[in-house]
Structure formats: C-alpha cells, structure tokens
Design a protein around this ligand. Structure first.
Ligand code: ADP
Ligand code: ADP
Length: 229
C-alpha cells in the first residue's frame, strides 16, 4: 500500500536571477514497509528531497501525498504535528542532548504526548532495550561510543512509534564494524516492526542493506532499482 507519493515535485531556492531549481519534477512512490537508500553526487538534490519527504520544507510546485494527507497544503504547525506523530529522524552526528542521560534523551519526544511520567519512562526503557542498550540508560552521550550514541538516537526516533524513519548518513561517523551493527538494527526495525526506512548514504556498502536504491542527479531521479525482494 502506498505510503508516499510525489507527483511532479519541484523545489526552487532563491528568486529572479538567483533562482536555482534543486528539484525539477520528481515522481516517486514508496510503499509502506520499504527500505530505500537515496544516493547521488553532492549537490544533486538529496537533502532537498529528504527535507521535503520529511515534511521539514514545502515544495515550490507539485504534490506530496503522505498516506492520505496532501503535505504541500499543510502549514508549518501542521507539518510539525505530522513529523511528531508519524516520522522519526536520525542523523550522522546523532544530535543527542549532551548533559542528558540516554533515558531522558529518549523520553523527550514523549513529553508532548500527554503521557504520564511513568508511561514515558516505561516506553523509553522499552525502546532502549530494543536497541540493545539495557545497561546504558543512566549514561550521558560522552560516556558512550559512537555506535551506542546512534542506538540512543534510534531509540529516541522510534519511541513515538513512527511509520517512517528518516536516516541522514546514519553511519557517516562510524567505523565499518559499527556501521554493520547499525544497519542490522535498521533492518530489524524495518522487517520486524514494518517501519519504512528512508536513508541517505554515499557509501555503496551501506546501500546494500536497503531493498531499493534511488539515485538522484541534477534534481531528478536518475535510476530507481529494487535490489532485494
Ligand atoms: P545534496 O544533498 O545532494 O548535496 P542539496 O539538496 O543540498 O544536494 O542541494 C541541491 C542544490 O540546491 C545545490 O546546488 C545547492 O547548492 C542548492 N541549495 C540547497 N539548499 C539551498 C538553499 N537553502 N538556498 C539556495 N540553494 C540551495
Ligand atoms: P520540536 O519537536 O523539537 O519542537 P519540530 O516540531 O520542529 O521540533 O520537529 C518535530 C520533529 O522534526 C522532531 O522529531 C525533529 O527531530 C524533527 N526535526 C526538526 N527539525 C529538523 C531538522 N532541521 N532536520 C531534521 N529533522 C528535524
């Protein structure tokens, strides 16, 4: 079933002589439960595409359907609500609060949800256990390895039970072995929980973990290949 549908999506930055069309009419459909790697050279439009897909920005023209929601018609507050309820984000730099324990980092997205302190704590603990960090709940990011920090960030991203997880170069700061562990974790979340994963990477080795590879070039989709069933 269709989760994301882009039709003739464009994005132009700037105006007049300075205008630059970063996306030039992208058509893309992603079904629920897919694991997609977005690749392409620097400046090709990957971040622009991910910012639009992640409802962080609005297109200049074209349509974006997320489930049955016309995202291009939402204002900033409505997009923020959609992000908080349906989407999760992880980053190359982890983006954890430095002086804050793993548990509190993971609880944070639940604060807006009107859950009791007890429920927040239980769900955050459950998320940290599910990413393999049952013994690091009280530690701050400085006390954790890069791979452990990314696991905390993944727990924070999934604690709200999002339908889609956006991963922007999630292994860009990690060594090869840790990269494989993080990719195995993302695969498990995709397969066991049905979370749709959209990941930007420039590493072929990382992209092999995805089931579909979308290549962006000069603001258009250059190729779109299903690599696993
Ligand atoms: P990628 O993520 O593939 O490196 P981007 O989506 O960041 O590509 O950028 C695509 C093009 O749009 C680049 O030429 C970039 O310089 C331009 N661009 C990106 N963001 C802005 C912006 N805020 N203002 C003007 N130009 C931008
Ligand atoms: P907050 O919840 O911190 O007030 P928003 O309502 O703007 O922030 O954002 C909701 C969601 O969108 C959060 O899960 C956050 O991780 C994500 N988000 C916000 N800004 C960005 C960004 N610049 N890049 C990627 N994700 C972002």
């Amino acid at each position: 079933t269709s989760l994301i549908q882009l039709r003739r999506l464009t994005k132009t930055y700037g105006q007049g002589d300075a205008a630059f069309q970063a996306l030039r009419g992208v058509d893309l459909q992603i079904n629920k439960g897919e694991f997609v790697a977005v690749m392409g050279p620097s400046g090709s439009g990957k971040s622009t595409l991910m910012n639009l897909l992640g409802c962080l920005d609005t297109p200049t023209s074209g349509n974006y359907l997320y489930q049955d929601i016309a995202v291009e018609r939402l204002n900033a507050d409505q997009r923020s609500l959609l992000r908080r309820h349906a989407l999760g984000f992880i980053f190359q730099g982890f983006n954890l609060l430095a002086r804050t324990s793993s548990l509190e980092n993971v609880e944070l997205p639940l604060v807006y949800r009107g859950l009791s302190k007890k429920e927040r704590r239980e769900r955050a603990q459950e998320a940290l256990v599910s990413v393999g960090l049952p013994n690091k709940m009280r530690n701050t990011p400085a006390e954790l390895s890069g791979g452990q920090q990314q696991r905390v960030a993944i727990a924070r991203a999934i604690v709200t039970r999002p339908s889609t997880l956006f991963a922007d170069e999630p292994t860009g700061n990690l060594d090869t072995r840790t990269t494989d562990e993080i990719m195995e974790l993302l695969t498990r979340l995709n397969e066991d929980r049905g979370i749709t994963v959209l990941m930007v990477t420039h590493e072929d080795e990382v992209a092999t973990h995805a089931k579909r590879i979308v290549r962006v070039k000069d603001g258009l989709i250059e190729s779109d290949i299903r690599t696993k069933p």
